[in-house]
Design a protein around this ligand. Structure first.
Ligand code: C2O
Ligand code: CU
Length: 577
């Protein structure tokens, strides 16, 4: 197998034509202060100096590259909630990637993002989600006809502030402000208003309603659903709903949120103002009648709008996630199948499995515990909805009700099409912190070395990071492409192909771990990382139609100013099938 490097110009022209447009953004996490109400300032940790964090927005088909800098006093990672990103970009320290140390940078390469309303947040210490590290990620469909039409849109981020960093304000926030800080959402009569509602709170599951108006649900967790008109919507932690409002009832109205357990108390509200209307805003504690008593959206009403994989009659695996509680050393602890993270038996799956999972709340009914259960890297297909087996709605977060209520047990199916090791956890930070988390681990010898191991998936090793194109066309006979590496700007980085993978990784502190056999390693090139920390290594697949496939283990070595002077990269296997 020859592996030649064509002329740089040829690579550039070909890759420019073949590769998705890359949208690069800078994202900095830092300590700061923010005004939650006029004259009321709190200490927070924020993305882009604001709370909620800066909105990241691209069009489907564009590739999002987030150059992240951690200016916090502790390490952190960014998780792209709901997006089926490659494991190495999923931002879970210890699972998908080491955390980004204070003062360090990391480039998140996020190709193939799916359209819809998503969000991003810290996934380091549990406490990091309670201090402001959350923002909205919007991916617009490439074909605008795949979106409902609307005239005005508004993002609504529901949160709570419990004052973790000291200060005197505590309460619920909407777009980072309490009731006193809400600028009205202004509409013209006859307009269609799209609300993108996101619950980023640490512990509160909300219900929201817009006084004087029904809402038409168009998307659940980013995924388009058949339109459903409702008066009020329960939104668990981590969930998103996009709704359309027909602005045909001029006035000044409250868009109010209560907790799911007490719909007769408004916790926070925004104000919808028709232009030309000058009544005073509804008072902060006014409870709209549809909030307290209007028909609630039920999962039963959801059906996928776009074609999805149907519910299969014979899933490859059937598992149960039983949500319970136990008395732990620190008090009440919440369990999955009786276990507390990290002492868990992972849910094991294989690539391309159809897995059926029943997520059932079996805790004590009197505790009224709601569990917003979130899966990383995959979508649930909900069973038992109006979508039936042909059009099940897709979601990444399931609000599991207390025992005795409808939807306290939800059967779902998932297509296991994103190999790796993925978290499945309750998004209530109190529950998660006590241990309500497990992992879904892919089995199988992905790297064909005869050993089923963690090395079969992108492992949690030190930077630098390699990114290999993921689509099959990049590896057809005759294809030309490039592997990109992310490394310290200005430092050299050499990429090696190992003709053999070591049976066991060899730890060589402080360099990292060696995963390919150095005696057979072939250098593919040396580059100096650019000012943005990127280095590109071109490749060309021989133009031989008889080529049926091969796999090339890759590892890089970068120079650094750190002790020892060199660092090994993550291992990656480039698979050509
Ligand atoms: Cu919103 Cu583990 O994630
Ligand atoms: Cu929970």
């Amino acid at each position: 197998m020859s592996f030649c490097r064509p002329a740089l110009a040829a690579i550039l022209s070909l890759t420019a034509a073949a590769q998705a447009q890359v949208v690069s953004v800078n994202l900095v996490a830092a300590v700061g202060t923010t005004q939650v109400a006029p004259g009321v300032t709190v200490n927070a940790w924020m993305y882009g100096g604001q709370m909620p964090g800066q909105v990241l927005r691209i069009v489907e088909g564009q590739s999002l590259q987030v150059r992240f800098r951690n200016d916090l006093p502790e390490s952190t990672a960014v998780h792209w909630h709901g997006q089926p990103v490659p494991l190495g970009m999923d931002g879970v320290p210890g699972i998908s990637r080491p955390a980004v140390a204070p003062g360090q940078e990391f480039i998140y390469d996020l190709p193939n993002l799916v359209p819809g309303t998503y969000w991003y947040h810290a996934h380091g210490a549990e406490s990091q989600l309670d201090v402001g590290l959350a923002g909205v990620l919007i991916v617009d469909p490439a074909n605008p006809a795949n979106d409902p039409t609307y005239d005005v849109e508004q993002t609504i981020v529901l949160d709570e502030w419990s004052n973790p960093l000291g200060g005197s304000f505590a309460g619920h926030l909407l777009n980072g402000r309490n009731n006193a800080g809400q600028a009205p959402i202004v509409v013209q009569p006859g307009q269609q208003l799209r609300l993108r509602v996101v619950n980023v709170s640490a512990t509160t599951n909300y219900v929201f309603a817009l006084d004087g108006h029904p809402m038409t649900v168009t998307h659940a967790d980013g995924n388009r659903v058949q339109p459903v008109s409702v008066q009020a919507i329960p939104i668990g932690i981590g969930e998103r709903y996009d709704v359309l409002v027909d602005c045909n009832n001029p006035g000044v109205w409250s868009l109010a949120a209560s907790s799911i357990t007490n719909r007769s108390q408004t916790l926070v509200r925004a104000v919808l103002q028709y232009s030309g209307q000058s009544q005073t805003a509804p008072s902060a504690n006014y409870v709209p009648s549809n909030l307290s008593g209007g028909s609630l959206l039920s999962y039963a009403q959801l059906a996928a709008f776009h074609p999805v994989t149907p519910i299969v009659a014979n899933p490859d695996r059937t598992v149960t996630a039983s949500l319970g509680m136990t008395m732990g050393p620190g008090g009440m602890a919440f369990t999955i199948n009786g276990q507390l993270w990290p002492s868990v038996t992972p849910i094991q799956v294989a690539t391309n499995d159809e897995v059926q999972m029943t997520v059932a709340n079996t805790g004590m009914g009197m505790m009224q515990a709601y569990h917003p259960m979130h899966i990383h890297g995959h979508f649930f297909r909900l069973m038992g909805t109006t979508g039936g087996t042909a059009n099940p709605p897709l979601k990444d977060t399931l609000l599991i009700r207390p025992p005795g209520q409808a939807w306290s047990s939800i059967p779902v199916q998932m297509t296991m099409n994103n190999p790796g090791r993925w978290l499945f956890h309750c998004h209530n930070m109190d529950h998660m912190a006590t241990g309500m988390m497990t992992s879904v681990d892919y089995l199988g010898d992905e790297d064909l070395d005869g050993i089923e191991s963690r090395v079969d998936f992108e492992p949690t090793r030190a930077q630098p990071v390699l990114t290999i194109p993921t689509s099959a066309t990049n590896f057809a006979p005759g294809a030309v492409g490039s592997i990109s590496a992310q490394w310290t700007p200005g430092q050299a980085f050499g990429l090696f192909a190992g003709l053999a993978e070591l049976p066991t990784p060899v730890a060589l502190p402080p360099y990292g771990e060696l995963l390919i056999d150095p005696t057979t390693a072939v250098p593919l090139g040396v580059q100096v990382a650019s000012t943005t920390g990127a280095a590109q290594f071109g490749y060309a697949i021989p133009n031989n139609a008889n080529l049926i496939g091969f796999q090339l283990p890759l590892q890089g070595v970068g120079t650094t100013g750190l002790a020892g002077g060199l660092r090994f990269s993550t291992f990656q296997a480039m698979t050509i099938r």
